[in-house]
Design a protein. Structure first.
Ligand code: IPE
Ligand code: IPE
Ligand code: MG
Length: 244
């Protein structure tokens, strides 16, 4: 196996990760859940760096779901605090590495001080061409589709007979519309479900499930996942090419 710094080939154009298992990581060590989230933030840093080094065009991280707002308020506050820390600590790294920060989700619910940091870094990095790092925050796949449809309906009121919506138009109306198609979705922690992540966008994505808890998921395992991905054949409903 190559060194961790070397680029695995070929890498997915757009990788998306359901970063799960922080709470169990902490519980296994007799620590509060927040300690798991803090260690998970270290994995985020390592995975973002590796993806940038290896030439991934787009990386989307499921950091906080719309449904996660229903967790105990102390845990929600800890997660928002960690998000603020991440944005402040990674600002320079993001800017010097030409990473463009993007966010998807119902961001209006993010506390104002965190939202200010997020908006500032998105604006500062908007022209960067290296990799798009998308944070799914306050995000739900169903909510995202509902919001896009309602937006379309509201604009349709200006016309007597609104044109029927097309697949391309809805794709573009979603906040992921600026991203390339999702090639690979990874979920850590052994759960075999999608938990409301990128429901529309995953139509032809490949999936990889690993039992590793997110705080233990680092670039060496990501390399192995990418190697597995590179050997898959995607058919998009067509037939396999004839074997020779
Ligand atoms: C993922 O870890 C982080 C978020 C969902 C915010 P969890 O907090 O869900 O960890 P588990 O699933 O309880 O182990
Ligand atoms: C999905 O994990 C959300 C994030 C990773 C941010 P959850 O832990 O919230 O999902 P469920 O509850 O196991 O489906
Ligand atoms: Mg979980």
């Amino acid at each position: 196996m190559a060194e961790d710094g070397a680029r695995p080939a070929p890498v997915p154009g757009h990788a998306a990760i359901i970063m799960d298992g922080n709470g169990r990581w902490a519980r296994q060590r007799g620590l509060p859940r927040e300690a798991g989230h803090r260690e998970g933030a270290r994995s985020v840093r390592d995975i973002v760096r590796a993806c940038r080094e290896w030439g991934v065009r787009a990386l989307t991280l499921y950091a906080f779901s719309w449904q996660n707002w229903d967790r105990p308020s102390a845990e929600v506050e800890a997660l928002m605090g960690l998000l603020a820390e991440f944005l402040a600590d990674e600002r320079e790294e993001i800017l010097t590495n030409q990473i463009r920060l993007h966010a998807i989700g119902r961001l209006h619910r993010i506390p104002a001080p965190v939202r200010t940091l997020l908006d500032a870094l998105m604006a500062e990095s908007a022209g960067n061409q290296g990799m798009i790092l998308t944070l799914a925050l306050s995000y739900g796949g169903r909510e995202s589709i509902v919001d896009a449809v309602n937006h379309r309906l509201a604009s349709g009121f200006r016309h007597d007979t609104p044109a029927p919506v097309t697949e391309e138009e809805l794709t573009g109306l979603l906040p992921t519309g600026i991203l390339p198609p999702v090639d690979l979705v990874i979920r850590t922690s052994g759960e075999l479900r999608v938990s409301n992540f990128l429901l529309w966008e995953c139509a032809y994505a490949e999936f990889f499930f690993t039992p590793t808890l997110w705080p233990d998921f680092r670039r060496a395992e990501l390399r192995a996942v990418f190697e597995d991905f590179s050997g898959r054949q995607r058919r998009y409903g067509q037939v396999s090419p004839p074997s020779r």
